[in-house]
Design a protein around this ligand. Structure first.
Ligand SMILES: Cc1ncc(COP(=O)(O)O)c(C=O)c1O
Length: 400
């Protein structure tokens, strides 16, 4: 497409951004399954290594299929904003988060983060980083006054790390409020935007420095590949120390997964619209069910983070959870009766996925820890899919 044609809609950018004319006129950027690239001469090799000439050298460092996915996500995270960011695709969301932390922090630095985080990110901060001298300080970042007290009293904090909406509790943190505070105290701000996607929420609007995603989820959309991306607005830093860290840690993406990701992203807008309208209907349906004690969905006025989600998200998202009155056995019976919806632990796919944390992901977590995170025995987490709503409701109704 002509790069000078200004695209007005996010959906058009999701389809067209990031593509480059293929030398063989292929419609789609092909899967470049090549580990290395050929130089015309020793001089050209020298120019590429010294950065005088653009071009590929080795696929851990860059690859055309991977670059298309990076450019597409960078365009979507800044769509409509007067900003350019650089994205680096990784083998997984965890690899992207690792590059972010090891590329920016040193021994003696602390990370301030919210207590509800994806389990892998929390374990990285609690089990791996302390040995490197990097400690996490956990606070309830939904309370900006408290966050400011911590920022004032803990001079070792170098990064504020947000995840909103958070996995698995769907809690939301006010990105603008926390980012403004963090900037007042000269901290780096990073935000995990996996649950929202750039269609629902653009953290770069609020002056954050870095955005990360597990692209495994809604960006890919079909559950076909694990992946992650780290995006940053300081281009020199991204091309310098962050690229160095990414290349040396070796958590690079592969061209096949990048191809699948790129095709998935093209339908992001229409998928998310349908995910979200279905999720709202499911939440309203569940609220009326006798077997259900409580529904947690940021689209419902009853959710404590309803206003924050409404302020920073286009729609409240596809994820919700609900609590069954009959506890553990109620959760097990309900899960066993599902006929169309899928029993699994991931999220972000076109089909409706349900998970019962007490008997699955959090089975071995001590009761007090589960209670702290709001994970009760009867809690069900749901990724509402894009099937026809009548079928989703009919399956839930018969299982309840
Ligand atoms: C919010 C969030 N961030 C990061 C990750 C890690 O991503 P990956 O599994 O692609 O490494 C996940 C995985 O579930 C997640 O939900």
């Amino acid at each position: 497409m002509d790069k000078n044609f200004p695209l007005k809609g996010f959906g058009s950018a999701a389809v067209h951004s990031g593509d480059k004319k293929d030398p063989n006129d292929a419609h789609l950027v092909p899967i470049y399954a090549s580990s290395t690239y050929v130089f015309d001469s020793a001089e050209q090799g020298m120019r590429r290594f010294s950065g005088q000439e653009e071009g590929y050298i080795y696929s851990r460092w860059g690859n055309p299929t991977i670059n298309e996915a990076e450019a597409k996500i960078a365009a979507l995270e800044t769509f409509g904003l007067p900003l350019t960011v650089k994205g680096i695709l990784h083998a997984s969301g965890m690899a992207a988060i690792t590059t972010l932390i090891l590329g920016t922090l040193q021994s003696g630095d602390n990370i301030l983060t919210h207590y509800s985080l994806y389990g892998g990110s929390e374990e990285l901060m609690n089990k791996i980083l302390p040995a490197l001298g990097i400690e996490a300080i956990i606070a309830d970042l939904r309370n900006p006054d408290y966050a400011e007290t911590v920022l004032k009293n803990e001079p070792g904090i170098r990064m504020v790390y947000l995840e909103t909406p958070a996995n698995p509790t769907i809690q939301c943190v006010d990105i603008q409020a926390i980012s403004e505070l963090a900037k007042k105290y000269h901290k780096i701000v990073a935000c995990d935007n996996t649950f929202a996607t750039p269609y629902l929420q653009q953290p770069f609007r609020y002056d954050v420095d870095f955005v990360v995603h597990s692209t495994t989820k809604f960006l890919n959309g079909h559950g076909t590949a694990i992946g992650g991306i780290l995006l940053g607005k300081d281009i020199d830093r991204m091309k310098g120390p962050i690229t160095k860290t990414h290349r040396l840690l070796g958590g690079n993406a592969n061209p096949f997964d990048a191809f699948l990701l790129t095709q998935g992203i093209k339908t992001l807008e229409i998928r998310m619209d349908r995910h979200c309208s279905n999720a709202l209907e499911v939440a309203r349906f569940l609220e009326k069910q006798d077997a259900v004690k409580k529904v947690n969905y940021t689209g419902l006025a009853s959710h404590p983070d309803h206003a924050v989600a409404g302020k920073q998200m286009r729609h409240p998202g596809a994820m919700l959870s609900f609590e069954l009155k009959k506890g553990m056995q109620g959760g097990i019976d309900f899960m066993n009766k599902l006929k169309m919806c899928i029993r699994t632990v991931s999220l972000g796919t076109v089909d409706t996925l349900l998970c019962h944390p007490a008997s699955m992901t959090h089975y071995s977590v001590p009761r007090e820890a589960k209670e702290q995170y709001g994970i009760t025995d009867g809690l069900i987490r749901m990724n509402v899919g894009i099937e026809n709503i009548d079928d989703i409701l009919a399956d839930l109704e018969q299982a309840l």
